[in-house]
Design a protein around this ligand. Structure first.
Ligand SMILES: Cc1cc2nc3c(=O)[nH]c(=O)nc-3n(C[C@H](O)[C@H](O)[C@H](O)COP(=O)(O)O)c2cc1C
Length: 221
C-alpha cells in the first residue's frame, strides 16, 4: 500500500481500463474507507450505487444511445456550460493534455465526440459508482459528497485501483434511475469509473498540472 503523499501524487484520472473485475472484498474495503470522510453534522449524505460487469455495459449502452439520438442532457444539478478567466485556461489545458495524448486534433469534431462518448460507458471500466445526494440536501452537503469521492479515489489509488470522477455519468439521471430501479428524489451528482488501469490506452498518457499555490491560497497573518 502506498503512503499518503505518494497516494495523493499517484491518483490521476484514468480513462482506459482492463476488463477484469476487482474482488468484491476489495471493493467493499475502499467504500468503507471512503465513509470515514467528514460531513456536516456527520449526516453522511452519500447514497452510492456500484454497478459492475454486464449491468454496467447495459447501462453504458443506454446512456450512449441517449446521447447518440440527440436526447438533451437533463442533469439533476445543472452544468456550467462555459468557464471564464483562469478557469477557462485550466479547462483548455486539461482538454489539450487529454486530446493530445489521444492524438485527436483540435478541429477533429468527430474524434472529440467519440472520445466524449467513451465517458458514457465509464471508459469500459469493470465498475462504476454512481453518487447520489439525498433529497433535501444542497450545496453544503454536496461539498461533503466531494470529500467522500476524493477519499474513495485515494483509498483506491493507495491500492493501485485506477479511477476517474465523471460528471458525464450524471447527464442522463433518468436513464440511470430507470436501469437501476432507483426512486426519484436523490440527485445524481457524479459517477466514478474504477478498475485496473490499461497501461496501453493512449488516454492514460495525459497529465494535468496545478496552478501556483499563490493563485489558490491567501494567507492572513
Ligand atoms: C467532479 C468531477 C467530475 C469530472 N468529470 C469528468 C468527466 O465527465 N469526464 C472526464 O473525462 N473527466 C472528468 N473529471 C476528471 C477531471 O478532468 C480531472 O480530475 C482533472 O482534469 C485533473 O486531472 P487528474 O484527475 O488526472 O489529476 C472530473 C473530475 C471531477 C472531480
Amino acid at each position: 500500500m502506498l503512503d499518503f503523499d505518494t497516494t495523493l501524487r499517484a491518483r490521476r484520472s484514468v480513462r482506459g481500463f482492463l476488463p477484469q473485475p476487482l474482488d468484491r472484498a476489495l471493493i467493499e474495503e475502499v467504500f468503507a474507507l471512503a465513509a470515514l470522510a467528514p460531513s456536516n453534522c456527520n449526516v453522511q449524505p452519500w447514497q452510492t450505487h456500484v454497478v459492475s460487469g454486464a449491468a454496467l455495459r447495459t447501462l453504458g449502452q443506454a446512456l450512449t444511445e441517449a446521447a447518440q439520438r440527440g436526447q438533451p442532457p437533463a442533469p439533476d444539478v445543472p452544468m456550467i456550460n462555459r468557464y471564464h478567466g483562469p478557469f477557462r485556461t485550466r479547462q483548455i489545458d486539461a482538454a489539450k493534455a487529454l486530446y493530445g495524448a489521444m492524438g485527436i486534433e483540435r478541429d477533429d469534431h468527430g474524434g472529440r465526440a467519440d472520445a466524449f462518448l467513451r465517458n458514457l460507458d465509464a471508459f469500459g471500466a469493470p465498475h462504476a459508482a454512481f453518487l447520489f445526494l439525498p433529497e433535501g440536501f444542497d450545496l453544503r452537503e454536496a461539498a461533503d459528497l466531494g470529500g467522500y469521492a476524493q477519499s474513495l479515489m485515494l483509498a483506491m489509488a493507495s491500492r493501485q485501483i485506477a479511477s476517474c470522477a465523471q460528471g458525464a455519468l450524471s447527464l442522463y439521471p433518468a436513464v440511470v434511475r430507470d436501469r437501476l430501479r432507483i426512486a426519484p428524489g436523490p440527485r445524481l451528482i457524479m459517477g466514478i469509473a474504477f478498475g485496473r488501469e490499461d497501461p496501453n490506452h493512449p488516454a492514460n498518457a495525459a497529465r494535468t498540472d496545478r496552478a501556483a499555490l499563490s493563485d489558490m491560497v491567501s494567507f492572513h497573518d
